[in-house]
Design a protein around this ligand. Structure first.
Ligand code: ATR
Length: 275
């Protein structure tokens, strides 16, 4: 049996086990996906001896995505994003990558297959780890301008230094002007998440046919997405992103490229709504 785990702290609330268990069952693979809540001081040892702990690979979640990068042989993608979320062994070497960018792109492609053709700019709210993955993905698809709106302006500025002049740092005061006629907006902050402050912005000025994505998945439909949907915009939520980011890890560990289906979405959505 091939065992993989999710390492984080806290990690018990994660839907990744449900996601990977579904695929394991669906494809009849003899495998298991477990949760390992590891305290900060124990994380380096756990990763260094991942195989001895019984694992052929792992997902990494908060707060260890940056630390995982240092402890593994990271690929170019993980290095560029500055965080690793997927670990696997290659010829005995513990490698790492980051699948958040492709998870985000996969979720956009699924809800708005033509999104890249209708815009060459985007607004990204937030400049944390998730924001970096989103920005990396958008740049990869050739967007010319990405306005990064962040509470701490210096962090948005640092992303411009990291990713180049396509990244235009901005403050929340700039947002109303930026939203006018915008075609793509992504929330990568925790605003709008259950038990977090709301994300209170007016998106009615965005262009017809705009696309709005939110990395938050509890609640499934954030107030931002509900408003966007009512405006007739295409919406992608954090669960879409979670499902798509899981594809490559599963393929690396179990040598089968799994499919993101509406049945899978509904299974996890039902679980989130029930919680
Ligand atoms: P993640 O890895 O999930 O991106 P993170 O690195 O902690 O988490 O980033 C969280 C993002 O949400 C940051 O952009 C943060 O803004 P700061 O860089 O100024 O901290 C943003 N954020 C969190 N709480 C916020 C709040 N109350 N108001 C505005 N922005 C907030």
């Amino acid at each position: 049996m091939i065992c993989v785990c999710l390492i984080g702290y806290p990690a018990k609330h994660s839907r990744s086990p449900m996601l990977h268990s579904y695929w394991l069952k669906r494809y009849g693979i003899d495998g298991d996906y477990r949760v390992e809540e590891i305290a900060h001081d124990d994380f380096p040892e756990f990763v260094a001896h991942l195989r001895e702990h019984g694992y052929a690979g792992a997902n990494i979640t908060m707060p260890y995505k940056q630390a995982a990068l240092e402890l593994t042989q990271a690929d170019e993608l993980a290095q560029a994003i500055g965080a690793a979320n997927t670990l696997w062994f290659e010829n005995g070497v513990l490698r790492s990558t980051n699948t958040d960018a492709e998870g985000f792109l996969g979720s956009l492609d699924a809800v708005a297959p033509d999104w890249e053709r209708s815009t060459d700019s985007a607004i990204v709210l937030g400049a944390g780890g998730a924001g970096r993955a989103v920005i990396y993905g958008l740049l990869e698809r050739g967007l010319k301008t990405i306005h990064v709106v962040n509470r701490t302006f210096e962090k948005a500025q640092a992303l411009s230094d990291r990713f180049g002049s396509a990244i235009v740092p901005a403050s929340w005061d700039d947002l109303p002007g930026l939203l006018k006629d915008a075609r793509l907006l992504v929330n990568s902050t925790s605003l709008g998440m259950q038990a977090q402050p709301p994300l209170d912005i007016d998106i009615s000025v965005m262009a017809d046919g705009a696309v709005v994505a939110d990395i938050v998945y509890v609640p499934l439909k954030t107030p931002l997405l509900a408003t966007a949907e009512a405006q007739g915009f295409a919406i992608a939520n954090g669960l879409d992103m979670l499902l798509h980011q899981g594809v490559r890890g599963f393929e690396l560990w179990f040598e089968k490229k799994p499919e993101v289906t509406s049945e899978l979405y509904n299974l996890l959505a039902t679980d989130i709504l029930r919680a």
